[in-house]
Design a protein around this ligand. Structure first.
Ligand code: HEC
Ligand code: HEC
Length: 293
């Protein structure tokens, strides 16, 4: 029985007034209980069961989810993608995987400081920059339908989480944990990495790394370019530890570094910023009412 219900019944003559009074008491009490429980335990984030907001906002969030799952093919995102990958190729389960570059909770970190850009960046900037590097494509215009949809979806995945803007990195509270400095300093061995790749990865990503029915390309012209986060060996190793082999990540730090060194030794598109920026008049769009409306 919800707290206070018994009181409402015993004061049945003043039922309505009493109920109203109790709601005044109960709502703040519930709010305090809710805020006091650590966010991990309350986990309002069950994007698979939570319903979408009503109306146009819900529709745009759903559109964003479709784009994240099918970025290379969706008509709104395809023009901005230059490889075979989708956002979900790395942000597994459309960003709802708890560890593999999760989108859960990340909207709380923005606007955040980005050492790479030497600027404070918004969540939209951060998402659009992944198009230039990880997707080897072009940055969609700020305020464009694709930019708004993807950002709306990602923001919705942070529902109920407290704002905690990140002053150090453009990363959310559950970002991929970096490997220990000592392991990174020891580096990876491409020879051992090749053997491990053949054993643990090639069944899905192919011996030639160009992917197939069971996994996307991990090197070559249809993979991420050398400006992407994963093109750095320590970053790829840290991501592999929590993401691959798919559904059963079990690599040791050393194995992850060896495989990462082997994978990233191969050719992939070269990143030159100028080639990935949109034309000046396509940098942004006015995202509001037109004068005619
Ligand atoms: C090749 C892999 C790859 C692809 C494809 C990719 N990303 Fe990322 N993205 C990453 C990695 C790795 C990070 C850093 C995550 C971390 O360290 O936790 C990242 C970070 C981000 C962040 C910041 C995360 C945070 O914790 O604040 C956003 C937002 C983002 N990506 C959006 C996108 C979107 C939108 C797409 C599709 C258009 C996309 N990414 C495609 C690899 C990728
Ligand atoms: C059971 C099949 C399977 C195995 C085994 C596997 N992967 Fe993957 N991998 C995938 C799939 C599928 C994706 C894309 C995820 C999605 O779309 O849901 C992926 C994504 C990736 C990505 C990011 C996208 C890209 O193509 O660059 C990298 C990097 C990667 N895997 C590397 C590895 C490495 C290294 C291993 C071995 C340690 C490995 N994978 C083992 C299936 C697999």
């Amino acid at each position: 029985m919800p707290p206070g219900t018994d009181m409402a019944i015993s004061h049945s003559t003043h039922f309505v007034r009493s109920l109203a009074r109790q709601m005044f008491v109960c709502i703040p009490v519930l709010a305090i209980i809710f805020l006091a429980v650590p966010s991990d335990a309350t986990e309002p984030d069950s994007p698979t069961t939570r319903s979408l907001p009503k109306g146009e906002l819900g529709r745009v969030i759903e559109l964003g989810r479709e784009i994240v799952q099918n970025t290379a093919n969706h008509p709104l995102s395809k023009p901005y993608v230059g490889n075979a990958l989708h956002c979900t190729s790395c942000h597994l389960d459309a960003g709802t995987h708890p560890t593999a570059a999760t989108f859960l909770g990340i909207a709380t970190a923005y606007p955040a400081w980005s050492p790479r850009e030497n600027r404070v960046v918004t969540l939209q900037d951060r998402a659009l920059n992944c198009f230039m590097r990880s997707q080897n494509g072009t940055r969609p215009p700020v305020g464009s339908e694709v930019a708004v949809a993807v950002t709306a979806y990602i923001t919705w995945l942070s529902t109920g989480q407290p704002i905690q803007q990140n002053a150090d990195f453009p990363l959310g509270p559950r970002h991929v944990p970096p490997l220990a400095d000592a392991d990174v300093a020891a580096g990876g061995d491409t020879g051992r990495g090749g053997e491990l790749y053949a054993e643990h990865c090639a069944s899905c990503h192919n011996d030639d790394g160009l992917g197939g029915d069971d996994g996307p390309p991990v090197w070559g012209p249809r993979s991420y370019n050398d400006g992407a986060g994963l093109s750095r060996v320590p970053k790829l190793a840290a991501w592999l530890k929590v993401a691959m082999p798919l559904d059963d990540p079990y690599l040791s730090n050393q194995q992850a570094l060896d495989i990462a060194a082997f994978v990233n030794r191969h050719d992939r598109p070269v990143f030159r910023l100028q080639e990935h920026l949109p034309a000046a008049d396509k940098m942004g769009q006015y995202n509001g009412k037109s004068a005619a409306e």
